[in-house]
Design a protein around this ligand. Structure first.
Ligand code: DC
Length: 227
């Protein structure tokens, strides 16, 4: 009974680069555990989308931070809204890939969104995915996973992703775009993408998704058993 109570309140952090499988794994794990799933990348995407809409220059830190502060962003059950606009599909385009990576470089924007993410996950029972969940948002997360895959496999997955619209870009173009985004995410000074020292690293290149999900659930069980 105690274990069951505890399992309901865990914070599970899933980090890693684009195309590593975070979304699919986080969604499946959250369903298996009856947890909420929070995709923090969607929050950066929504801010990038709204900044474009308002013709704000994406490296104008004060203006983008002000926008983020005022915006009401809801990321729930795979539906994303910002100030009442349903942007679930609109934020999955190459243009917003770039806009999100640009606003994610801005420390003041990160500060605003990290605070919201902490607020949303604080009570536990959550699988939160992103780039800095195990390092910055919840360094005390109960289970930390860092997913990775080869650059070729990540580009192949992204090119085949039907949710990602905006042109029939070939795999080579997708690979190039992913590489540029990886570079931006890993070299920025504000919370660059890096595995937490205590994260369990899983290479998903040759692993079927259900095996990755099983591994994560096993880690959660072990964690509960240990407590
Ligand atoms: O996971 P994604 O591709 O939807 O993320 C969009 C962008 O936001 C990407 O450039 C990485 C960035 N991001 C971040 O810096 N921190 C997070 N916690 C989540 C995403």
């Amino acid at each position: 009974m105690l274990a069951l109570e505890f399992v309901r309140t865990l914070i599970i952090a899933i980090d890693g680069p684009s195309g590593a499988g975070k979304g699919t794994v986080a969604r499946s794990v959250s369903r298996a555990l009856g947890y909420r799933h929070i995709d923090t990348g969607a929050m950066y995407r929504a801010v990038g989308w709204k900044a474009n809409l308002e013709h704000i220059v994406l490296d104008d830190e004060a203006a983008v931070a002000r926008l983020a502060e005022r915006a009401q962003i809801v990321v729930e059950d795979d539906v994303v809204t910002i100030d009442g606009h349903d942007v679930t599909r609109a934020i999955r385009t190459p243009e917003i890939d770039r806009a999100a990576a640009a606003v994610a470089r801005l420390p003041r924007v990160r500060q605003v969104l990290v605070e919201r993410q902490r607020e949303a996950g604080r009570s536990g029972g959550v699988v939160m995915e992103g780039r800095d969940i195990g390092t910055v948002v919840f360094p005390e997360a109960d289970v930390k996973i860092y997913l990775d895959a080869s650059a070729e496999e990540r580009a192949r997955r992204r090119a085949a992703d039907p949710a990602h619209t905006g042109g029939a870009a070939g795999q080579a173009a997708v690979a190039e775009a992913i590489e540029a985004r990886d570079r931006s995410d890993t070299t920025r000074t504000a919370s660059p993408l890096t595995p937490a020292p205590d994260a369990v690293r899983i290479d998903t290149t040759d692993l079927p998704i259900h095996e990755v999900v099983d591994k994560v659930i096993t880690l959660v069980r072990e964690k509960v058993g240990r407590t």
